[in-house]
Design a protein around this ligand. Structure first.
Ligand code: HEM
Ligand SMILES: *[C@@H]1O[C@H](CO)[C@@H](O)[C@H](O)[C@H]1NC(C)=O
Ligand SMILES: *[C@@H]1O[C@H](CO)[C@@H](O)[C@H](O)[C@H]1NC(C)=O
Ligand SMILES: *[C@@H]1O[C@H](CO)[C@@H](O)[C@H](O)[C@H]1NC(C)=O
Ligand SMILES: *[C@@H]1O[C@H](CO)[C@@H](O)[C@H](O)[C@H]1NC(C)=O
Ligand SMILES: *[C@@H]1O[C@H](CO)[C@@H](O)[C@H](O)[C@H]1NC(C)=O
Ligand SMILES: CC(=O)N[C@H]1CO[C@H](CO)[C@@H](O)[C@@H]1O
Length: 331
């Protein structure tokens, strides 16, 4: 136990040194200003996720998109103003994000409990963690104290969110640009063990991939039997953009290792999933978790989530605490 305490202390010191003079996130940031905050979020998740089973997947993805654009500052939650469609929310990669209402409802409860105290960025980070943990997924620590941003620009989402067509080099570049490393890329991609994708995110791989034409012209890095199944049962035309497919069929509601097993069998849904085994080090990481004890994946995933949740955060007097998560405060 003493050794563990010492380890925690060392980790905290390293985090502080890395952040220079900037204020840091800390666990239990609201313990005095809004002591019930974390419990309110967790209770809301426990009460509502059973009736909304897609929420854990969409919230963790929304948190990821938030963190990759202007840091984890809830910029992804902002609506465009003046009838324009130019906020992050309106970018193609984000059109399939859901769960905004879920966050708005938690925010409304927290505003009654302690007005103007709990940031939308923290609510998103905590609700993503609690909902994934609620369905039996990993638990990770969510230090709090994030402040909300006031700017949301569609083009920045397009520039910063990795595309499902990315190859390994592009994926690694995108993650390194956010101070995440190769292992973080591999572990965080493991979130594709839950949730769904729309056909247009991957159907280029099923039809006319090389341009030779014909239904057999699938991405050679995709198992051809799986490609045929997807064409037959899911994405029946090349332009279908409404049908959904599970990314980890068979256990898409369970946070398990089957996503990685699928990737190893060339059954990852996106080119970005398939890309993970084109790099020797990434493939070795996948084999390590797949062959390791069950707890290993949860442990490494949790570590990478903490790093994701700290990307370019606003703290102290930066940004604001939004009153409504979809709107910048009026001044
Ligand atoms: C490595 C680069 C990544 C790419 C290219 C990527 C791409 C995508 C795409 C295209 C979808 C499907 C959207 C749709 O068609 O509806 C998706 C879904 C999803 N992604 Fe990723 N993703 C990446 C990393 C991540 C990370 C880091 C996380 C979280 C830690 C994540 C969590 C999810 C989840 C949970 C879903 C399912 C969403 C739902 O069911 O609503 N992804 N991703
Ligand atoms: C934000 O936009 C969504 C979709 O356009 C809308 O349903 C919602 O009411 C808006 N929220 C606010 C607070 O204006
Ligand atoms: C990855 O894609 C980029 C951009 O299309 C390309 O320049 C690069 O050669 C590709 N890398 C590999 C290893 O295929
Ligand atoms: C890297 O991040 C910056 C902002 O932090 C962004 O402007 C740029 O487009 C990103 N580049 C890539 C390759 O993701
Ligand atoms: C397949 O792609 C090629 C090259 O982009 C294009 O010329 C051709 O019309 C496409 N065929 C079909 C059936 O979409
Ligand atoms: C989906 O396809 C329909 C018809 O092809 C089109 O009207 C619509 O804009 C598309 N939606 C998206 C999100 O691309
Ligand atoms: C990154 C990502 O999710 N991209 C997809 C967003 O949605 C458009 C269509 O709406 C797809 O073409 C992209 O691949």
């Amino acid at each position: 136990m003493a050794a563990m305490v010492a380890l925690v202390a060392v980790t905290a010191a390293v985090v502080l040194a890395g952040g220079a003079a900037r204020a840091q996130l800390i666990e239990g940031f609201y313990s005095h200003s809004c002591p019930q905050a974390e419990k309110i979020i967790k209770d809301y998740v426990m009460e509502h996720v059973p009736h909304a089973p897609g929420i854990p997947a969409t919230l963790i993805r929304t948190h990821f998109h938030d963190c990759f654009v202007r840091g984890c500052d809830a910029s992804v939650l902002l609506n465009a103003t003046g009838g324009k469609k130019d906020a992050e929310k309106d970018a193609a990669p984000n059109l399939t994000l859901r769960g905004f209402g879920f966050i708005d409802r938690i925010k409304a409860i927290l505003e009654k409990e302690c007005p103007g105290v709990v940031s939308c960025a923290d609510i998103l980070a905590l609700a993503a963690r609690d909902s994934v943990n609620f369905i039996g997924g990993p638990f990770w620590s969510v230090p709090t104290g994030r402040r909300d941003g006031t700017v949301s620009i569609k083009q920045e989402a397009l520039d910063n969110i990795p595309a499902p067509t990315f190859n390994f080099t592009q994926l690694l570049q995108s993650f390194q640009n956010k101070s995440l490393n190769l292992a973080d890329l591999v572990w965080l991609s493991g979130a594709h063990t839950i949730g769904i994708a729309h056909c247009n995110s991957f159907s280029k791989r099923l039809y006319n991939f090389t341009g030779r034409g014909g239904p057999g012209d699938a991405d050679p890095s995709l198992d051809k039997f799986y490609a045929a199944t997807l064409r037959r049962n899911k994405c029946k035309t090349p332009t279908d953009n409404t049908t959904i497919a599970e990314m980890d069929p068979g256990s898409f509601k369970t946070f398990d290792l089957d996503y990685y097993r699928g990737v190893l069998k060339h059954r990852g849904l996106f080119q970005s999933d398939a890309a993970l085994i084109t790099d020797a080090a990434a493939k070795a990481d996948i084999l390590t978790v797949v062959n390791g004890p069950p707890e290993l994946f949860f442990k490494v995933f949790a570590g990478s989530m903490v790093k994701l949740g700290a990307i370019e955060v606003k703290t102290g007097s930066e940004g604001e605490i939004r009153k409504h998560c979809a709107l910048v405060n009026k001044h």
